[in-house]
Design a protein around this ligand. Structure first.
Ligand code: SF4
Ligand code: SF4
Length: 318
């Protein structure tokens, strides 16, 4: 538990990012509001929960950031009921939960739940960076945990640069730096159009999220223990193949995919199809060639363009 209104550093960091990556300024401007809480905000309660225990099938782990297969915010997650129960418990204590977003990673560091790695993720000693962070802003003063005095002291090994080297699009240019506009996670779910051709190729197989800068990290070595089945995965795993996503109709998308992977909106099936095509193209697997050619005539212009790019890349005649 930490006091509210303690995120001045977040604003400084955003200023720094805007200075380093002016072409992504618009994407950072949306985040400034997170440094400010409502006037009646008094305290922030922060929790972390490990997701490193879940078995993620290799084919899914190559396409999806592991965190997004687990995340407990939506009602489709096994862990969602415990989140709801916790909120109900806080209310029984007479706390009002205020509707606002805050920088969860910084809140976790300030609450002593972990330390930043140079890749901007929070690490705890038992689970590495494979922890989910939740935070609630409340209107009552509480008994606070000690605030880390030196937040900028990283959890990292001296001289390590593996996360930067692993970043496929070079979004990460150095320690505590990352161009949001070039990050695969952003490009995969927040795109308004197609990335340039060079970036498409760099994005590799990733469909939704990217774990490259975490998976390459020595601090995460042996931390993904994968001892338990990922709850409820069996209900929707069959929809997550590249072929199913590419050929998916709107009704199936709205019923099975969008509620679980809600960073892409209800009107975003075109983006899933483009991502599936890009992943097929970058895989180099010939089993996808027929589908890539078929989608060169698709009614959506972005889907068409992606498929046509694939045909050019792979030397396929249309
Ligand atoms: S999530 Fe992927 S693209 Fe984004 S910074 Fe990390 S490695 Fe780079
Ligand atoms: S890869 Fe190295 S530099 Fe990057 S977060 Fe991990 S320990 Fe730190």
């Amino acid at each position: 538990m930490i006091p509210a209104n303690s995120f001045e550093e977040y604003t400084w960091q955003l200023d720094k990012r805007v200075g380093s990556f002016p072409e992504s300024k618009e994407l950072y401007e949306q985040l400034y509001a997170m440094a400010r809480q409502p006037e009646n905000a008094k305290s922030i309660i922060v929790c972390t929960q490990r997701y490193n225990i879940y078995k993620i099938p290799d084919d899914l782990g190559a396409l999806f950031g592991k965190m997004y297969l687990f995340e407990p915010r939506g009602p489709y997650s096994q862990d969602h009921p415990s989140r709801v129960a916790f909120e109900a418990y806080l209310k029984t204590l007479g706390l009002n939960l205020l509707p606002c977003y805050i920088p969860n990673r910084l809140a976790a560091a300030k609450a002593g739940l972990g330390k930043f790695g140079r890749n901007n993720f929070i690490y705890d000693s038992r689970h590495g960076s494979y922890v989910w962070i939740d935070a609630w802003v409340v209107d009552r003063e509480l008994v606070y945990d000690a605030i880390e005095e030196e937040l900028s002291l990283p959890a990292c090994n001296d001289g390590c640069n593996k996360c930067v080297e692993a970043c496929p699009t070079k979004a990460m240019t150095g320690e505590f730096s990352m161009d949001r506009g070039r990050c695969v996670a952003h490009l995969g779910w927040n795109a308004k159009d197609l990335p340039d051709e060079e970036t498409r190729a760099q994005m590799g197989l990733w469909m939704y999220g990217c774990d490259a800068c975490q998976d390459a990290c020595p601090l995460n070595q042996d931390k993904f223990t994968a001892t338990d089945d990922l709850p409820l995965l069996a209900e929707y795993e069959k929809y997550l193949t590249l072929e199913r996503l590419l050929e998916m109709d709107e009704d199936t998308y709205i019923e099975h995919i969008q509620p679980r992977f809600w960073f892409i909106g209800k009107d975003g099936l075109w983006l899933w199809k483009c991502n599936a095509l890009r992943s097929m193209i970058n895989s180099g697997e010939s089993k996808y060639h027929g589908l890539i050619k078929q989608f060169c005539g698709h009614e959506d212009s972005w889907v068409r363009e992606m498929a046509q790019w694939g045909c050019r890349m792979l030397g396929l005649s249309v």
